[in-house]
Design a protein around this ligand. Structure first.
Ligand SMILES: NC(=O)c1ccc[n+]([C@@H]2O[C@H](COP(=O)([O-])OP(=O)(O)OC[C@H]3O[C@@H](n4cnc5c(N)ncnc54)[C@H](O)[C@@H]3O)[C@@H](O)[C@H]2O)c1
Length: 174
């Protein structure tokens, strides 16, 4: 996504809790991309990210809320543990709320914008395992629909993408 935004001529802030991979990606894309470390589950980090983006690039027109973790691959719901549930919800659901709210608060007073929340096909379909992940991703879909209605009057579009399985860092173990 970052590569495509840069190819389209956008200035991009790459944000990730993992500073080594995030800064390597930004560096590989030249002067149009910069890296800022942020934990998307932390309200102060998310607000600081939006503030620094506006200060560095002169605005914020598109926010992609992409950060997520996978839940443990327990085959049975009976084995799911609450700490894992809360870890997944904190990033995959709370992070979407924080990212959407912080970006929208800027966009509503600066001519609107576009917010893109990354869900997953597992937010639409039930199946064995990763129950916490499925619940969080289903929540992203409903949250995005509600936010789209809520923010439409301010010129802020909210969309949601639900990809299928792709071999990335998240599921490389499978
Ligand atoms: N890979 C798949 O099969 C698949 C399928 C459907 C949806 N998705 C979704 O696509 C998005 C991207 O995932 P990916 O497959 O590229 O996996 P990935 O693990 O490569 O990327 C996720 C990124 O989120 C970052 N991250 C984790 N916690 C964070 C936090 N608290 N704050 C900031 N950044 C944090 C990680 O460091 C990582 O760089 C996720 O929302 C994921 O749920 C992936």
């Amino acid at each position: 996504m970052v590569e495509l935004f840069v190819a389209e001529g956008a200035g991009v802030v790459v944000a990730d809790v993992d500073s080594s991979r995030g800064s390597a990606l930004a560096t590989s894309l030249g002067s149009k991309a910069i890296f800022l470390q942020a934990d998307m589950g932390e309200p102060q980090d998310v607000q600081a990210l939006v503030d620094a983006t506006v200060a560095s690039l002169g605005g914020l027109h598109v926010m992609v809320n992409n950060a997520a973790v996978s839940s443990a691959m327990h085959p049975r719901l009976l084995d799911e543990d609450l700490a894992d549930f809360e870890r997944v919800m904190r990033i995959n659901m709370r992070g979407i709320m924080l990212g959407t709210q912080a970006a929208a608060r800027h966009m509503v007073t600066h001519g609107g914008g576009s917010i893109i929340n990354i869900s997953a096909i597992s937010g639409l379909q039930a199946g064995f395992g990763v129950a916490c992940y499925r619940v969080a991703k289903a929540g992203v879909i409903q949250f995005s629909k509600s936010a789209a209605i809520d923010l439409a009057g301010y010129g802020v579009r909210v969309n949601c993408i639900a990809p299928g399985n792709i071999r990335t860092g998240m599921n490389a173990f499978r």
